[in-house]
Design a protein. Structure first.
Lengths: 214, 214
DNA sequence: ATTATATCGATATATTTATATCGATAAATC
DNA sequence: GATTTATCGATATAAATATATCGATATAAT
């Protein structure tokens, strides 16, 4: 099976582009109208050539001497990263992290709309958290089918994650954002993005070690 | 200035190692005693040679035919990623995400101990969230010095993040885990690990787009 | 005891990603 | 109007990372 109808973006580039976009939005709010790769690179501690190559993926072309038109660039990057189109999501696991995410107002700016949450705890089922209704986890599959939900967010404990993932896949969900500290197995056409806190933290601590700070 | 007293681990390796460790802990709980690179690779959808090369960084050597002794490997990786030594951390921003992190019990397994939180909201100051006291943000710098805190976690809004980062640096904090959707500027000897939700989400959505799922 | 097999570590090759260089050009300065 | 300058996009080179190959070896099977 071949999914690559569209040229794949390098992972490191994909990790940097949102940072550019955050910065550009910030600069625009300060009244900036034109921005060069040099400015972006200096602000973020990167190389201007790298910034230019990354921006190439958005198909935006700049002008010598002045750089890029900030509005144009923001628009193109927002489109490239799909911040401008909203997808529906279900969240499973209304615990600490899950609830926090239900209350996170920024998601809509990135094109994510969590329309419902699911839990197995009877005390949480049929409650409303930050305006989002919480249903029985057993309803997830059917409701996902009915509402054509595209993204599943897993914030349950490690031992429940695989079960939840299965329910999501059965419900036709195409992409899973997994915060549980465990690898989940899904059919290969399903996209999984792991967002374990342990990864970032390990990164941080290892860097500290390598600099003799531990 | 040169920090590289210790050989730097490649970023992609550092991203994979915690996943191995999670898996190994899981397998051990199921009674497994020996594990090969092939098994790990199959479980996580990776290449066995890559797994072997990654494991090399932990200095553990395996045996032909059987692979690695799981206890030895868990111990070595835990040490390599510093999950086995606890660092003290301050968290700034006791909002949704911040509070969720204060309640996240797994951190201690990764060697992170959040000893205090800080906020500017008078309604939060001097409260206790999940057993962790919340103080005035103005106290952060002095308390960090007094308690020799090593890690700072930023979960405030974008527009307050730089101020908080400055306070942390002034307080002698060496490493910052930044969840605010903004780049923070710090002296180059300070380690910053960005953990913006927008990055993972952009990743997920772009992959969906590239597979014609959007 | 011999043979087959799965895995290791080492080495070699390929691919991906980052960095350096350079001519062209739009704007600013002289 | 000519000159200087900052930046672009393109191309070339270097570095980092991933993948393939292979001889050696510990265990299992015959």
């Amino acid at each position: 099976m071949n999914f690559e109808h569209i040229k794949q973006t390098p992972e490191p580039t994909l990790r940097r582009l949102p940072r550019y976009l955050h910065l550009l939005i910030d600069l625009k709010a300060k009244g900036v109208q034109e921005v060069s790769s040099t400015i972006i690179a200096n602000e973020l501690g990167l190389d201007p050539v790298q910034v230019r190559k990354d921006i190439e993926y958005s198909s935006i072309i700049g002008k010598p001497r002045t750089g890029y038109h900030i509005d144009e660039l923001i628009k193109a990057l927002s489109k490239f990263l799909s911040w401008d189109t909203v997808q529906k999501a279900f969240l499973a696991g209304a615990g600490n992290l899950g609830s926090a995410m239900l209350g996170y107002k920024n998601f809509i700016n990135y094109g994510l709309h969590i329309i419902a949450a699911f839990d197995k705890d009877p005390n949480k089922i049929n409650t409303i958290i930050y305006d989002i209704p919480v249903y029985d986890i057993n309803e997830l599959t059917n409701m996902a089918k009915a509402k054509d939900v595209e993204i599943g967010i897993i914030t349950v404990r490690a031992n429940a994650a695989q079960d939840v993932a299965n329910r999501m896949v059965d419900g036709g969900i195409k992409a899973i954002w997994n915060f549980a500290p465990v690898h989940i197995k899904v059919p290969k056409e399903i996209i999984v993005e792991n967002a374990q806190l342990s990864i970032g933290l390990s990164f941080l601590k290892r860097k500290m070690f390598e600099r003799n700070l531990l």
